[in-house]
Ligand binder design. Sequence first.
Ligand code: PSZ
Length: 498
Amino acid sequence: MASLLMFRHMTCILQQHLFVPRCRYIGQAAARINVDFEYESPLMKTEVPGPKSRELIKQLNTIQNADAVNFFCNYEKSRGNYLVDVDGNRMLDLYSQISSIPIGYNHPALIKILQQPNNLSSFINRPALGILPPENFTATLEESLLNIGPKGLKQVMTMSCGSCSNENAFKLIFMWYRKKERGHSSVTKEELDSCMINKFPGCPDYSILSFMGGFHGRTMGCLATTHSKAIHKLDIPTFDWPIAPFPKLKYPLDQFEKENQVEETHCLEQVEDLIVKYRKKKTTVVGIIVEPIQSEGGDNHASDDFFRKLRDIARKHGCAFLVDEVQTGGGATGKFWAHEHWGMDDPADVVTFSKKMMTGGFFHKDELRPDAPYRIFNTWLGEPSKNILLAEVLNVIKQEGLLHNAVCAGKVLLDGLQDLQTRYPHLLSRVRGRGTFCSFDTPDDATRSKLILQTRNKGVVIGGSGDKSIRFRPTLIFKEYHAHLFLNIFNDVLAEFK
Ligand code: PSZ
């Protein structure tokens, strides 16, 4: 009862605020949401982290470094776009577990899937999929991943996380290239012996070209292609693989086309120069990895034309083109895969995914298929219950038109942020985004941290990326209503910001 009263009280306060024009720049009332399983608004009881969270952080910290923990959550009570913490705070979640909750917390359609008796064994028994898959494995892959496979990529493998996906995609590329180079499939004794002691020719000096600012994971192969923050890389030995500059563009993109094009041309020239230079060093570049929008590195965009030209460079030099859609994939940009915006018939040789896809993995062309069993392999190779959940997530995305929703909600969010940028230019700059995949820059890291904390204490979770950007990674059921709700709250945060 008390909580209901509190809820009414808060809603009332919120509504009063909504109609006070003096402090409302955005001025759009938030229409009521039609998702009946969700809460109506944030509800804050304590600062975050609250006393319960702080105690739990202290306890966890005795057995591991828990300094990164923001707060502890109550996932039973969390619903839709709302994340509830252990102190009873209910926050509108625009970060969704670093972009990895596709259709909100506790979606009724997913609860139903879990309650079906014939799905039970998939949730209980985790198989070693590479050797002992369940009867429905192929059918479930067909219903889930193969339904949304990128153009021309008919082969699929599942993995447990994003890093694992990229790591294995690199290996797939190396094996493919070596087979091409040999021109036949028989392997010499020298190759077999030398690979056992980490030496050429069994271990060829191949490389994957990546971009400054890119993030592809923290495992050791991936880390050689990750260049978003020094702290990820410090103290870890790595490969001397080529790193090309990623375009540093001016926003909004449509106002700076000419200048941005010059910058992109310069970066593409560097890519080709590096491929040639590394070949001379006898470190052949056999693959290029790129994110359609650099995410961890600070939400750096490039034009569709840049990616088309990059793809052509890869083809020209015989390099596999690996598009890392771990963060961009799954619909937030308004298309299921962000690379679809490039409008190409042959956009990639390999596409990796994880996060919103619930399972990690990659799609690839037939010609990259491993020529022997156990060459791309690990114990779990993904998780069949995640494939079942993904099949239902895809149904919901289709039935509820959630790709179109990302375009509409994203437009409200981006327009609102642009409005706020004109009102608070000392706090917001370089507003940018595609679909709900939006972000802006703050003046510096300290201001960013304060903004994130103050926004959270008003009931909205947002995240950082790069040196000083704030990013939005809401779920696919984030509607125009939620965007208005956020903009109104954020306007207050900015107006009161000290
Ligand atoms: O700090 C971290 O380790 C984070 S924070 C966000 C991520 C990692 N994103 C993961 C990610 C990604 O965004 C892209 C484009 N590629 C690969 C990865 C690695 O995925 P995970 O974390 O599942 O291994």
